[in-house]
Design a protein around this ligand. Sequence first.
Ligand code: SF4
Ligand code: MSK
Length: 662
Amino acid sequence: MTRRTGCEGCGEISCTSTMEVLGNDVSKNVNTAYDRVQSRGMAACLFGSGGTCCRNCNMGPCQIIDGVEEMIGVCGATAETVAARNYIRTIAAGTAAHADHAREMIFGFIATARGESPHSIQDEEKLHMLAEVFGVETEDRDKNDIALELGKLALAEFGKQEGTQTMLNRAPKKRQELWKRLGVEPRGVDREVTETMHRTHMGVDQHYKNIMLQGARTSLADGWSASMLSTDLTDIMFGTPVPIRAQIDLGVLKGDMVNVTVHGHEPLLAEALCLAAQQDDILALAKKAGANGINLAGVCCTGNEILMRRGIPVAGSFIQQEMVLATGAVEAMVVDIQCIMQSVAEVAKNFHTDIITTNYRAKMPDAIHMQFEEEDPLGSAKEILKKAIANFKKRGDFYIPTKTKFDMVVGFSHETINYMLGGRFRNSYRPLNDNIINGRIRGVGAVVGCENYKMTDEGHVKVAMELIKNDVLVLATGCAAQALGRAGLMTPEAATEHAGPGLAEVCETVGMPPVLHMGSCVDNSRILIAATAMVEEGGLGDDISDLPAAGTAPTWMSEKAVSIGEYFAVSGVYVIFPNLPVTGSRKMTGYLFEDMEEMYGGRWDIEPDPVKLAQKMIAHIDKKRQALGIDKKRERVLFDMEMRRDLTSGGPLKDVGCHGPA
Ligand code: SF4
Ligand code: MSK
């Protein structure tokens, strides 16, 4: 097989470790998604790309051409109706994925509160904070009692039929009023997903503006409820992330150990595997098999979860999942839900590797299914590890690109940012806001989301480099965060090397990277809370839409990314993607690009070129600075000693090890 080194018109392999593995003889029979993108050789369908193909009933499929009278649907549906229906169905799918993940985490949380799991309540402060949001009494109560009541109330949010989602109360007051006025406050998470599917059924909601209101409401059920509940309850159960050093890339696999990679999204099993991998009986088995222990490594967002809380290394992001296996060094890839490509089972056939599915919802041909038993997580984890250990002796030739692994500092939860810049004694967002007001930090840019084989995998890096060069602090999650970690942008030193003078000065003083890893896809909710904290701190307006901030998923792939983008836009953020499946309708494009700004103060935009995309984010940030009257304050103000002392009074992050700011 001729090994690809990139191609025109689709994704280029720019990642050194991927090139190394694919260039090695060990992987010579492996067919990857890069090969499939190239060999398909078909241009994308214009109707699909533009969002104007409808197959919602059997009179179709109907391919609609905007403005051509005879090219509307058989039922009369116009381009904007079809594009809006397709678009909010995508949001519903993304919301459903996050919601089902969140529900599973809440079941795990309830089991933990009942003492029926190997885990325990780790973050009591956060437990009390969330209990207050839900009106749960905390005084003189055992933490498990509080957690049990909170867990049951959180679960009830999903099936709520009336009222509104409790977590909306955490948004700025002005935003809450706006949502109420527009009638987009979500009721129950499940109700919004169901109603979206109903309203987009043939012959129901036919007005694109009305359809889009339901899309907004569904996305809010995702960001401000399901995802946020998942993040917060997971933090309470497994610990809120604090800065921690870790490593990333294929080089974290180990030749002398049993390599077990965990891939997907839900951290319940991964956490149990972390515990099981340290147990004497398992370690003894590994030794007996000739291995020097068990090396757990993450892939995709399950990887992000255990990376943020435990510093477990990440072997690869979404785009590297086949490459992790193509090393021939992995005894088992344990998968749960979401973003697992069916091709991993095919790649594994070339090696001794087992693909182990663990969730009844997500099985695949040619994989072994070992159901994760929620009543006995440790038992399930041990069985999986035993299977992997048994494979160690079967390992044949392998190739681990040992030089490609990168250091990074991760674990920047909203709470960490609070301590990090505010200091131990007066934790607050004040210093962050002050540094934005005085112009050292120009604004905040969220770079989140997936990777996509059809786009250059350097997209994230180009966007982030352009942003930090222009003094924009970058917040990253998901596979974007992993790509930026691989690019070496998550070390404090990266600020000196790549950031503009103002941002570099703040990063050097505090000892933080210019790109902050904030977690997995559900953890985009952390960014919503951070934005709210900036508003509440004062000096940057009274709503999220006033902030000099913007967001992007420059190489998005998943339906979840569209839901995330929508809840950010509906929360008042300027969101820019390389493309969106709505451009086949002028009215829908106008709605997303213009009408939404009038309604929500946030909106969508599109730009395929990563550098231009970043420049548009910066232009938006500057527009907001001007509106706030802080655009003149971008002269560079050097820190004097007193200012430095002030910023670092809580202990700078220069000493991050495995201890946090608390
Ligand atoms: Fe065609 Fe209308 Fe049926 Fe869609 S719902 S497939 S546009 S007839
Ligand atoms: S895993 S949703 S590819 S970020 Fe969360 Fe990565 Fe996107 Fe999946």
